[in-house]
Design a protein around this ligand. Structure first.
Ligand code: B1N
Length: 831
């Protein structure tokens, strides 16, 4: 593309009905879009037509700002953050974009005047579930904050045709349904068929002499696939800045397949096309890596290669020569999934753009930064050298060369310490040789960070200890955050309104620290009443929603005790279950006791191949069935599993929770972000000293947080001394009777074997020390119940939780990245 002079900004008059923010303009725009895009008029429009018209009407208003942002960024050669992530869990766009445009009220009135049910229109949207859980949702929160903070940025990822599966519950078991989210069209994306890059796979490399008689390497691939850009505008809150989310779709490369076509192999060519498109077909539904799956490695290289090629194109289009690439771009690697980018940038600089190793490496290692999201050993990505070589022969050579340079440095610093060299190598040599993606990411980056203070400490002292010894300054912490736009304003408009009225302004939405203004009113009984009313209203809404979807009726006066997150043994949903069974047995033993009513609510998906997680879902539903139908319990406790927990459904959950369950074994949850979402909406936390819980407790005050369980240090010590779960089982009569009740067949129509794999694992192995923390958890839950009796006091604690959550805005996290890691500046776009 040329560097020809850009046209004058905004030199074409656009129709004002497509950009105007007045009620009249919105109504006109809506009817026009309904007619011209959906081909409908009011009388025959389906709910989906109405949603599409509303979406286009909103998008029209974003595009104006998008063009302005793009022109400004281009002419200012703005330093740009590229966030590379295999997942972006965006959630529904419409309501969020209306909030960020500041036209919720006008749009609601406009809809009302057209005789439309606006809530129903918003509920019509199917969310793009292009992520598994916290990591993907974090990427989405960061995109919102990058735009709100006016930092030029591009999110790069994969446009999966099928996102995370939809979960249904059948006979208590999870059943996965494919998520065909694009079926009815996606009004938020703009296809860019001309922004297309070839991605190579397989084949071999060869050396040749270039025109200057230098030896160079050429990669002769066996397969070429095109990546085509699909752009989604990401608007900031109350600003003119719109950043870009660019997702790549795989397509057959016309020119490449033409060869097969030419020799008359028509079916071969069509087959190649189908195969090419499988690359962006489906998101892997695991929150840990899919061991050895070739398609997963192909996906990772696919989006990484397209993204780096796109950045190089942008460099030529704006600044010019590649020498300043590291000044123009900083690339954040969201975990190791995109860490091939290190080798790919090296390859492109050397093989395609003539650079020698040293210059290429100098640029590369100044461009990348890497965020680690987990310490779980099974979640650390490695790829067998043989698979890697077969798919990416040139990259294997480059990885070897990086490794050779790197290990030479290590040897010089730690003379004779070959054991250390072995540990730090990019290649694991014990057993089948494997490429260690985390080591590649650390060596290739100038900054590495964990996602909560405790996690970042453990990253330095355990996982990357050798690397920290070697490069202490490379390691940072940036505690995660979540966006208050989606998780407060969109999800909980009643609370948002009450906060703004109490604080006398809505500045807190862009400056979450301002929530502190609530503290002055924490004792105000008028506020207490309204706060309580807001919570009860949300609980009624959730109860109605759950009744409709599950048939279970909850009492809005009960404690809404919620655990919503992916189902995983380290998150210990089964510890929660043991407490429920304890409550059940207590009521059965003394039916007339004065107990605080509780509604236990679970939500979360299990990886389809994770047997134990699926058995936990079955057990939750089995316990629910018995308890909810036991006349002696009489509704005192109720258990319900919310099917298909995702961003959209979560928005019903956060506002309604009284108690947030954050009960992972200390040292296992890198940060958690659900913990923040609940607390921001006035839930109190029952939790361990894990991940960001530690900092949440510090902020809200230990008297406003229900802490229990071993610390990470105690966990380590206990494990070193030898952990024997069966001793807890034998010694604690109540614990024993809770586990025995599961084995009795009560929850499985007499089948004493169904849950054996789970109970046996707890008693004999218990890798996440459920039994060791059981007693402390039960005692802590008893405190919770007592505290809930004092409504005034509980409400006060709830207010203080919200008031002190300022730190956990993703705006704060992005500011820290910008200042300490990226060294980027805001580029404000006026309205
Ligand atoms: O990332 C979140 C953290 O808040 C959570 O504590 C952490 O568990 C989560 C492989 C992952 N870590 N690792 C993953 C996801 C997908 C995959 O294929 C690993 N997700 C987390 C945000 O920092």
């Amino acid at each position: 593309m040329s560097m020809a002079q850009s046209p004058e900004p905004l030199d074409v008059d656009r129709e004002s009905t497509r950009t105007g923010m007045s009620k009249t303009a919105l109504k006109q725009g809506f009817l026009d879009n309904l007619f011209y895009i959906q081909g409908r008029f009011r009388e025959v429009a389906t709910p989906h037509d109405l949603y599409m018209a509303a979406a286009y009407t909103t998008r029209d208003r974003i595009l104006e700002r998008w063009i302005k942002s793009a022109q400004h960024y281009k002419s200012n050669q703005s330093r740009t953050v590229c966030y590379l992530s295999a997942e972006f869990l965006l959630g529904p766009h419409l309501a969020n974009n209306l909030v960020n445009l500041g036209i919720v009220e006008t749009a609601t009135e406009a809809a009302h005047e057209l005789g439309l049910d606006f809530d129903a229109i918003i509920a019509e949207e199917e969310e793009p579930g292009l992520g598994n859980g916290g990591l993907g949702r974090l990427a989405a929160c960061f995109m919102d904050s990058l735009s709100t903070l006016q930092i030029p940025s591009i999110g790069y990822g994969i446009r999966y045709e099928f996102g995370i599966f939809d979960q249904t519950i059948e006979d208590g078991w999870q059943v996965e349904k494919s998520d065909n989210w694009l079926r009815n069209g996606n009004p938020w994306e703009i296809p860019r068929p001309k922004i297309r890059f070839p991605v190579f796979y397989g084949g071999y490399t060869e050396q040749y002499r270039d025109h200057d008689d230098r030896t160079r390497t050429r990669w002769v691939p066996a397969q070429i696939i095109d990546g085509v850009a699909y752009d989604t505008p990401i608007l900031g809150y109350g600003v003119g800045n719109v950043n870009l989310l660019r997702l790549w779709k795989a397509e057959a490369s016309e020119s490449f397949d033409f060869q097969a076509f030419n020799v008359g192999n028509y079916y071969g060519a069509v087959h190649a096309k189908i195969e090419a498109e499988t690359i962006s077909k489906v998101l892997y539904p695991n929150d840990e890596p899919e061991a050895g799956k070739e398609l997963r490695l192909k996906q990772q290289f696919f989006f990484v290669s397209c993204s780096i090629q796109d950045m190089i194109r942008l460099q030529f289009n704006t600044v010019g020569p590649l020498d300043s690439f590291a000044e123009k771009f900083v690339v954040q690697l969201n975990d190791t999934h995109p860490s091939l980018a290190v080798a790919e940038l090296m390859r492109l600089l050397m093989d395609e753009h003539d650079m020698d190793w040293d210059r290429a490496w100098d640029i590369t290692h100044r461009v990348f930064c890497y965020t680690n999201h987990t310490l779980l050993p099974e979640a650390l990505e490695t790829w067998s050298v043989s698979l890697f070589e077969r798919l990416l022969p040139r990259h294997l050579e480059i990885v070897y060369e990086i490794n050779r340079h790197f290990l030479d440095e290590v040897r010089i610093r730690f003379l004779g310490d070959e054991e250390r060299v072995r540990r730090m190598s990019l290649i694991a040599e014990d057993g089948e040789r494997r490429v260690r993606m985390a080591n590649l990411a650390v060596v290739g980056s100038r900054a590495v960070n964990g996602v909560a203070a405790l996690h970042s400490e453990l990253v330095k002292t355990t996982l990357f200890k050798d690397f920290h010894d070697f490069w202490p300054d490379r390691f940072h912490n940036v505690t995660n955050g979540v966006t208050p736009r989606r998780f407060m304003v969109v999800a909980n408009p009643r609370l948002a309104r009450l906060i703004s009225e109490t604080c006398g302004s809505d500045d807190w939405i862009r400056d979450l620290g301002r929530l502190r203004d609530l503290e002055a009113h924490a004792m105000d009984s008028g506020l207490h009443e309204r706060w309580h009313a807001v919570k009860i209203a949300a609980k009624r809404d959730l109860a109605a929603w759950l009744k409709h979807r599950t048939g279970v009726l909850l009492d809005p006066e009960a404690i809404f005790d919620v655990q919503a997150k992916r189902i995983h043994e380290y998150k210990r949903q089964h510890l929660n279950l043991l407490h429920i069974i304890r409550c059940y047995q207590r009521i059965k033993q003394s039916p007339n006791q004065d107990m605080v009513p509780r509604a236990f609510i679970f939500g979360g998906k299990a990886a389809p191949g994770y047997f134990m997680a699926k058995l936990i879902i079955k057990l939750i539903n089995a316990v629910a069935e018995v308890i909810n139908n036991d006349p002696q319990i009489n509704g005192f406790i109720r258990v319900v599993f919310m099917p298909d927990f995702n961003v959209k459904n979560g928005q019903h959950l956060y506002p309604a929770a009284n108690l947030s369950e954050q009960i992972s074994l200390a040292g296992k949850e890198a940060s958690g972000t659900g913990n923040m979402k609940f607390s921001m909406n006035g839930a109190l936390t029952i939790g361990t000293l894990d991940g960001a819980n530690v900092e949440i407790r510090e902020e809200v005050g230990k008297e406003n947080f229900f802490l229990f369980g071993m610390s990470a240090d105690e966990v380590g010590q206990h494990q070193r001394e030898g952990y024997r779960p069966w001793e807890y089982y034998a010694r604690d009569a109540e614990l024993k009777s809770d586990i025995d009740l599961i084995n009795s067949g009560l929850f499985s129509h007499g089948d004493t074997q169904l849950f054996r794999p789970l109970t046996d694992r707890l008693v004999n192995q218990d890798p996440f020390m459920v039994l060791a923390d059981y007693r402390a958890y039960i005692a802590c839950q008893d405190h919770v119940a007592e505290a809930y009796r004092d409504h005034q006091h509980w409400t006060r604690m709830s207010i203080l939780n919200v008031a002190r959550m300022g730190k956990f805005s993703s705006d704060r996290a992005i500011r820290e990245y910008a200042e300490h890691i990226w060294r980027t500046e805001p580029h404000p776009i006026g309205l």
